[in-house]
Design a protein around this ligand. Sequence first.
Ligand code: HEM
Length: 493
Amino acid sequence: MMMMMFLHFSLQFLLHPLLHFLFITLITCLALKILKSLTTTTTTTTTTIHRSRVISNYPPGSDGFPLIGETLAFIAAHNSSKGFYDFVRTRHLRYGNCFKTNLFGGTHVFVSSVEVAKALLGSESVDFPKRYIKTVATLLGEESLLCSSHEHHKFLRRQIASLFTLDHLSSSVRMFDELTVETMRVWKEKRCVIVLDYALKITFNAICKMLLSLEDDNEMEALRNDVSEVTEALLAFPLRFPGTRFNRGLKARERIMDTLREKMAMRRNGVECKNDFLEHLLAKDNPDSAESLTDQQISDNILTLIIAGQVTTASAITWMVKYLDENKEVQDKLRLEIALKNSDTPLRLETLNDMHYASKIVKESLRMATVVSWFPRVALKDCQLGGFQIRKDWIVNVNARSAHYDSTIYDEPMKFDPSRFDEDPKPYSFLAFGAGGRTCLGMNLAKEMMLVFLHHLVTTCRWEVTDADPSLEKWAMFPRLRSGCPIRVIPIN
Ligand code: HEM
């Protein structure tokens, strides 16, 4: 009986997500530390001398507790309504533009100066390759653009970038226009809606139509649930036991891969023929060509594009609706622009290119929301950065959010002011889509979706946010409102 109770409590303990996370974190940190001490014993003496000589030149910051560093504080921020960035924000206030901390057994540096952003992201900085978590590679696939090494990345990026042509962007405007018009019809009928729910749905549908020409609602729904399982597993601990979040993500990935294999077979057998990304990637399938992609490369990157594009764009749209609700004068100015331009619907790419004030609203929303808060890179060797000593294997994070809220770069950074983009921002100061060789591939598509949404939103209705609670969703990969931004819709006409 005692044994049964013990087992029951142990199981309860391990299944509670937070306790489970903390427990595994401690074990992981301990294991990493032991491993590190085992592998660096031969260099201990020299390292110590080196350290004592230059120690004052390391970025300021705290190493936290032995073994676990500041991991618990980071997890606590992740599990709070202020979101994980609060961990970085408080240290940035305490230590300035460059500080270091210890997380999950490794040293992390956060930097937000324009010069350092340029050094790390620009000229395809070979000494600072992108750093990704192993679970991401397991879930998205070893061939995913997000996880590939420098040379291989160049090849994959070239193949995938060739899909974002003007032709494709033009036809995606038409398709996103239809989806948004339909969404606005539903909003007018329902009157009270949660913006994030609809934004997630239409961005997902748009990306899947563009990539795979999916039309069937059931097929779309099944894929949407699987993609959401994979997304939720990206930050989970890699425990492959039935019932764990990671395992659910892996199963969902298998189902997605099966669907993609089926689709590829149908295209090859001529059962289906469409003008979409999949068709173009398959057309490269020529064993004699150096530019040919394998089936694995195609399917891993289709999944990558869906995951990289859906939640980011949906979150950005939701923040934009919130900022506009708080800034009615910006809305009025936008309505005037649209009235003066007499922009016809359905919208076309040329119409969007002519929406100058709307484009600035999109940029300002992206600046304030900074959906991707920082970009991790790993130092391949000891070096100097921004006047500080950085050691090999440290993870250096370009802190985009802090750059976006820096008053020496942006005047009154807390103010939502689209006209600050009357002039182009200085290089490396606007980092919503990253910069350099890893700049977001879907940047133009995302801006286009935001513009189409914005146009239909302000021409169809006025709205008011009914829950102003600024709390953020816990454990979310990108900062987004816990409420999802509920609004009351007041139709125009
Ligand atoms: C508002 C929406 C979006 C935001 C804020 C955003 C932001 C970013 C950022 C900051 C990066 C660079 C990360 C780094 O350097 O470490 C990135 C990379 C990437 N994004 Fe986006 N993104 C958005 C939408 C999209 C869309 C719609 C797609 C495609 C459908 C997409 C596909 C990608 C891909 C494939 C990469 C990896 C590029 C590479 O490593 O070469 N993104 N995104």
